[in-house]
Design a protein around this ligand. Structure first.
Ligand code: NAD
Length: 476
């Protein structure tokens, strides 16, 4: 298997250990990759550095046109990509079509538009000229849960900004990334603008991060690895954007439609079997409604049909790996042992695959690990609040601040909740994801640094230069 795309060429180095890629529903091997070594890492960065001057000098419209072309290629190859991604991650095919194809296509197009709309050069009131310039060579490291989207959320702004990039996808789900690199090749991106290397985090990932060859590292993944990458970047004073975990609240007030709020929260929490950084995993309802909410959520959870992601009747696939399944079961069993009320949350009775029944938990202490820590599985915890101030307190009472959902019929109360909750994105009364996907996405607190998508996402890949004095630039 060719698993390294460096300088516009596919490489399949001989004599290397092959790491299998497993379908988490069937446990079959569906591909393999190599662990990129020091030479591959050096070659990828050298190619990206060589390609930088020519690529960054191209007019922005030309760079944007490549993103549009890549969006078109994604759409044309959408079904193959959706099936491939569903087979690697275990995500039901209908979800895969939306998140792995339609969303990245829209991100490519909207980022191209954001680049066209950006003020790349302007005179300010001090008569200085302000220039925006690409930050340089980017290292992008991504996780496995929404793999195509997460790669594109780095590749699109990097290329639009005039940067070149070295990408490392998660070792659990590299095949969709190789497919994406093939599409980059097909649309004729110049050699070295996009490079892709595969491998484990502890080996290839670490070599990439420890190299001194990048100007920005953009990481999406766990808090532990994000902390480490942020520390390495800080030590070298290179920019780092970190999209990390979450333990997002869904706050329901006593004037809201409880049934709609609970059912929507269950759906949003269990998308991709709960393997979603912004999943609302803590449902915070009035204490007097807690037992009714538990009944509604338990009934909604029981409606899920676990099965093969490619079967159209399936509404929940397996966990992405056996490790992830075991981690989820450990959390749920722990809560049960500590006296919580738990519906579901057992290992599913199926011949193959890393399946877990969705779980709803209540009667649990606010300090319990299932309330405080990111589980990354289909586990919803229900907590009770004593009114607005208490609801805000509980919503903010974790290390994370990625997103929040609010349910209230009172606009003034909604406004106070919106401002009181420390999170990068707040959804009011079940509104769907924004389209086009340009609303800034990223976290407060331990959920990360920086934003992705739209104009804010693009800014992360740009330096700002102030020119004082006469300058024959475009805005001069
Ligand atoms: P992870 O941190 O284990 O791995 C993410 C990536 O980092 C993988 O490519 C991995 O190979 C690599 N990596 C691991 N160790 C490394 C090291 N020492 N040096 C360099 N690279 C290394 O995370 P995961 O388990 O793949 O993904 C799940 C996590 O991602 C969850 O915590 C989730 O919340 C988070 N996530 C965040 C967002 C967001 O936008 N905020 C989106 C999706 C997932």
């Amino acid at each position: 298997m060719n698993s390294l795309y460096i300088d516009g060429r596919w490489l399949s180095p001989a004599g290397r250990e092959l790491m299998p890629v497993i379908n988490p529903a069937t446990e079959e091997v569906i591909g393999s990759i190599v662990d990129a070594d020091d030479r591959d890492v050096a070659a990828a960065f050298a190619a990206a550095r060589r390609a930088l001057p020519e690529w960054s000098a191209r007019p922005v419209g030309e760079r944007a046109a490549y993103l549009d072309a890549l969006a078109g290629a994604l759409r044309d190859n959408g079904e193959r990509l959706a099936v491939l991604a569903a087979s690697e991650i275990g995500m039901p095919l209908a979800e895969s079509r939306g998140v792995q194809v339609a969303l990245p296509e829209a991100v490519l197009r909207s980022t191209a538009q954001a680049a066209r709309d950006l003020d790349w050069e302007y005179r300010d009131i001090s008569e200085s000229t302000v220039l925006r310039e690409p930050v340089g060579v980017v290292l992008g490291i991504t996780p496995w849960n929404f793999p195509v989207h997460q790669l594109v959320a780095k590749l699109a702004p990097a290329l639009a900004a005039g940067c070149t990039i070295v990408l490392k996808p998660a070792e659990l789900t590299p095949l969709n990334a190789l497919f994406l690199a093939e599409l980059c090749d097909q649309v004729g991106l110049p050699a070295g603008v996009v490079n892709l290397v595969t491998g484990r985090g502890s080996t290839t990932g670490e070599k990439l991060v420890q190299s001194r060859a990048y100007d920005l590292v953009s990481f999406t993944g766990s808090l532990a690895v994000g902390r480490h990458i942020g520390a390495v970047a800080g030590d070298r004073v290179v920019r780092a954007t970190l999209e990390l975990g979450g333990k997002s609240p869904a706050v329901v007030m006593d004037d809201a439609d409880l049934e709609a709020a609970v059912r929507t929260t269950v759906r949003n929490c269990f998308t991709n079997a709960g393997q979603k950084c912004n999943a609302p995993t803590r449902l915070i309802v009035p204490e007097t409604d807690r037992s009714r909410a538990m009944g509604i959520a338990t009934a909604a959870a029981a409606e899920y049909r676990l099965g093969d992601p490619l079967d159209p009747g399936t509404t929940m696939g397996p966990m992405a790996s056996d490790m992830q399944r075991d981690k989820v079961l450990r959390y749920v069993d722990g809560a049960r042992e500590r006296g919580a009320t738990v519906a579901g949350g057992r290992r599913a009775d199926r011949p193959t695959g890393f399946f877990v029944e969705p779980a709803v938990i209540t009667d649990v202490d606010e300090a319990d690990p299932v309330v405080q820590e990111e589980i990354f599985g289909p586990v919803l915890v229900i907590l009770g609040h004593q009114g607005e101030a208490d609801a805000i307190r509980i919503a903010n009472d974790t290390p994370y601040g990625l997103s929040a959902e609010l349910w209230s019929a009172d606009p003034a109360q909604t406004a106070r909740l919106v401002r009181g909750i420390r999170a990068g994105q707040v959804r009011v009364n079940g509104v769907r994801s924004p389209h086009p996907p340009v609303a800034p996405f990223g976290g407060y607190k331990a959920s990360g640094l920086g934003r992705e998508l739209g104009a804010f996402g693009l800014e992360e890949y740009l330096e700002v230069k102030a020119v004082l004095g006469t300058f024959e630039g475009e805005a001069g």
